[in-house]
Design a protein around this ligand. Structure first.
Ligand code: ATP
Length: 258
């Protein structure tokens, strides 16, 4: 991993405007600066653009205005009607989605080693060694030769996280990765993310699980109306844990128009 000076921004989002088509405006001049080592949880009303924000940072979306730098270098910018994305920068970012995106016809180990081998030219044995090491860290060593259909939802999501780590990302993006899971499977996925957090992995995530947000975040950003409305440590933005499910909190999170 290339060292980034502690005072430099890992991600700097400036005046980001993003919509879909001519009429749907989602992000309307959003600014965020994320430092290395920060763990940012983005919360806000449904439809407010949280997933869109993560997808922009992953370089998956066109933007209409603004720019994103990564590790101090230009990464994404709107130039006229075009969006310029530095695909080398994008390779340093890993993303896990709500619905696991594993290839069903490949084993767990093959899912992990595909991109390192085909995109980065890593040898099969080096990729497999790394894959097995990451699987072991996540308690999945026995599943290396299983197919996705033979795994539980929680195991699939842990494999998806393991796969994203294969490329040694400098930032991980998690978009509601536990939302599609049965409640009893949520903890094992959250435990893996907490493990990464404890090892200093910078992350930006969207979650509706306020207990998890409080435990994983170093910073919580509340977005509504396409801009940042509140930004601070979890206890400041989420309030006192005993009071978080008060009417006021629920109104803020779910009833502000996005
Ligand atoms: N591909 C798309 N085409 C058109 N509209 C879209 C597209 N993706 C998202 N939208 C719209 O953009 C808005 C923001 O969606 P987004 O998924 O980013 O919100 P969110 O804050 O993550 O919501 P939730 O908390 O419900 O997941 C919504 O109105 C959504 O319908």
């Amino acid at each position: 991993m290339t060292a980034i000076p502690q005072d430099a921004a890992l991600v700097r989002i400036t005046d980001l405007h993003k919509g879909y088509g001519a009429h749907i405006k989602v992000l309307r001049g959003l600014n965020i600066e994320m430092k290395p080592g920060e763990r940012v949880v983005v919360i806000g009303p449904s439809g407010g653009g949280k997933s869109t924000l993560l997808r922009v940072v992953m370089g998956l979306e066109e933007i209409q205005q603004g720019s994103v730098t990564f590790a101090g270098k230009p990464y994404i910018s709107a130039e006229g009607s075009k969006t310029r994305i530095d695909t080398e920068q994008r390779k340093k970012i890993g993303m896990v989605f709500q619905h696991y995106t594993l290839f069903p016809h490949l084993t767990v180990l093959q899912n992990l080693t595909l991109a390192p081998r085909k995109v980065h030219g890593v040898s099969r044995s080096a990729a497999e060694d790394r894959g097995r090491a990451i699987l072991a860290r996540f308690g999945l060593d026995a599943k290396a030769d299983a197919y996705p259909s033979q795994l539980s939802g929680g195991q699939k999501q842990r494999v998806a996280i393991a796969r994203a780590l294969m490329l040694d990302p400098q930032l991980m993006l998690f978009d509601e990765v536990t939302s599609a899971l049965d409640p009893e499977l949520v903890a094992e996925v959250e435990a893996v993310i907490l493990q990464l957090a404890s090892q200093g992995m910078p992350m930006m995530m969207v979650t509706h699980d306020m207990w998890f947000a409080r435990n994983v975040a170093s910073r919580v950003i509340f977005c509504a109306g396409g801009v940042v409305v509140e930004d601070g440590p979890p206890e400041q933005v989420l309030g006192n844990p005993k009071e978080e499910r008060t009417r006021e909190f629920i109104d803020r999170v779910f009833h502000i128009k996005g």
